[in-house]
Design a binder for this molecule. Sequence first.
Ligand SMILES: NC(=O)C1=CN([C@@H]2O[C@H](COP(=O)(O)OP(=O)(O)OC[C@H]3O[C@@H](n4cnc5c(N)ncnc54)[C@H](OP(=O)(O)O)[C@@H]3O)[C@@H](O)[C@H]2O)C=CC1
Ligand SMILES: CC(=O)[C@H](N)C(=O)O
Length: 263
Amino acid sequence: MMAKPVALITGASSGLGSIYADRLARRGWDLLLAARNHERLATLATRLERETGSAVEPAVVDLSDLNGRRQLAQRLSEDSRIEMLVNNAGFGSTAPLKESDPEIMEQMIELNVSAVTMLANAAARAFAQRGRGAIINMASITAVAPTILNGVYGATKAYVLALSQSLHHELAPFDVKVQVVLPGATATEFWDASGSSVRALPASIVMRPEDVVDAALSGFDQGEFVTIPSLPDASEWEAFDAARTALLPNLSRSEPAERYRRG
Ligand SMILES: NC(=O)C1=CN([C@@H]2O[C@H](COP(=O)(O)OP(=O)(O)OC[C@H]3O[C@@H](n4cnc5c(N)ncnc54)[C@H](OP(=O)(O)O)[C@@H]3O)[C@@H](O)[C@H]2O)C=CC1
Ligand SMILES: CC(=O)[C@H](N)C(=O)O
């Protein structure tokens, strides 16, 4: 029997990552599930193996730790069965920057930026060499709306969007798919660590994690690069992105613009 391909999902012990695990196992993927909480990963692995017949391996790792993310990146580089990376682990905050603990902000950057970068780098190299694979990066609507929550959180997600834009361009010739997902408020444990309760938000702006992941996978199946699960009209994103690309011919020129040369 042919071995199944493996999807590596970070942040798989709860929320969006655990739903990705469920959906990908049902789509015929074997799984490598990364997070810190061994008990939760083991319980999920046992359930998914029983219900789907997929092989599910827990990988207990703290991705804010340099050695932790190095080990997982090495596994990604060396294990040719891994054909998908769901770069999902992350945490956020709703506190203004001036009221935030600088060490927590550092940890957020380590997890949301440094770990995402190291794993995307390893996946890009390995998948390009193999001529196949997919990278799904979990950003957030705060990537384009950084005033909504904590500024560092929004900045980390803007980084994930920019990194994905560059990777999408770079990896297209190698048949490696890149998707970036920008969910809005989602009812997960994210909120427990964020400093605000999801129950304080109007129900009309909060999506179920199952719906976020199902929409994101539908976008993936349709070959979308950017998926915003709640956006009713995809042409609104296309117009936003077209405005960005229209700037490109004038962003680097030999002379300052006329308005900076007056007086
Ligand atoms: N919920 C929301 O409103 C939104 C969330 N997002 C993004 O979605 C992603 C998933 O979040 P969500 O599912 O909502 O939240 P959860 O808190 O439910 O999940 C976060 C996951 O990340 C893991 N994780 C946290 N810290 C580390 C670490 N240091 N090392 C390894 N794994 C870690 C957690 O597992 P463990 O504790 O076991 O390590 C958990 O599995 C995040 O990137 C978040 O920014 C984007 C938009 C909206
Ligand atoms: C926009 C949100 O509310 C969300 N928690 C996020 O992570 O972006």
